[in-house]
Design a protein around this ligand. Structure first.
Ligand code: B16
Ligand code: MG
Length: 219
């Protein structure tokens, strides 16, 4: 297949906001007397804010009003941490690969479950390098449903089969496959081993190398 567009997840792929999400949820959990470990946090990667709260509550029943208040409280803690981000918080290899894709004239988009993606892009100062930004504010189901990726394919004008998703979350790879797109998974095999190609991170990898891996091979 020929890759004509790269669809990048944001948290955990271009920057490590997953750590900041963890700090925010941990603080909320402590206030609510719920145990919440780094291991628990792994299940929250790529999933929506509401679904994250459900996982954190571990079956504890709360009213809609309480759930809304808890999500707002956690988001406040998270935003305080995001305000301290700078372009230095781009993960190793991220800046290089985005610049390379731009120079190659290919399309690229951000596809994030986060409602705060625009703010994070602003802090990282990379927003203008993308042809589209599809985030958790879109009227669509979040990952593992394919909706956000399909919206992004439409926004950049490339058929789904020619879009490559770059994801750090199992739910994100599932969403890519549900959209009919191949995926490059970043992280351990236990998490993203179902992606067509898996790297530890973007560091020391190039867009050309990825394009060559997915290029149709001659018999
Ligand atoms: P927010 P991604 C996801 O972003 C995060 O991985 C996930 O941990 C978070 O719960 C979700 O965004 C919603 O974020 O609370 O900021 O709306 O990985 O899809 O870029
Ligand atoms: Mg992610």
């Amino acid at each position: 297949m020929i890759i004509k567009a790269f669809l990048f997840d944001l948290d955990g792929v271009l920057t490590d906001t997953s750590e900041l999400h963890f700090q925010g949820w941990k603080r909320l959990a402590e206030e609510e007397g719920i145990s919440f470990t780094r291991e628990d946090n792994e299940a929250l990667r790529g999933v929506s804010r509401r679904e994250s709260l459900n996982l954190l509550l571990k079956g504890r029943q709360v009213t809609e009003e309480q759930a809304r208040e808890m999500m707002e409280r956690k988001n406040g803690y998270y935003l305080d941490l995001v305000q301290q981000m700078t372009p230095a918080d781009l993960l190793p290899g991220a800046r290089e690969i985005i610049a390379e894709i731009k120079a190659l004239g290919l399309k690229q988009a951000i596809v994030s479950s986060s409602k705060n993606a625009a703010l994070v892009l602003e802090r990282l100062q990379i927003g203008d390098l993308f042809d589209a930004v599809i985030d958790g504010n879109a009227p669509a189901r979040s990952k593992p449903y394919p909706d956000l990726f399909l919206l992004a394919a439409q926004a950049v004008g490339v058929p789904p089969a020619n879009c490559l998703v770059v994801e750090d979350a199992g739910a994100g790879v599932d969403a890519a496959h549900a959209a009919g797109m191949p995926a490059l998974g970043l992280g351990p095999k236990e998490r993203v081993g179902h992606a067509e190609l898996v790297f530890d991170s973007l560091e020391h990898h190039t867009a050309r190398e990825i394009l060559a891996f997915f290029a149709p091979r001659r018999a």
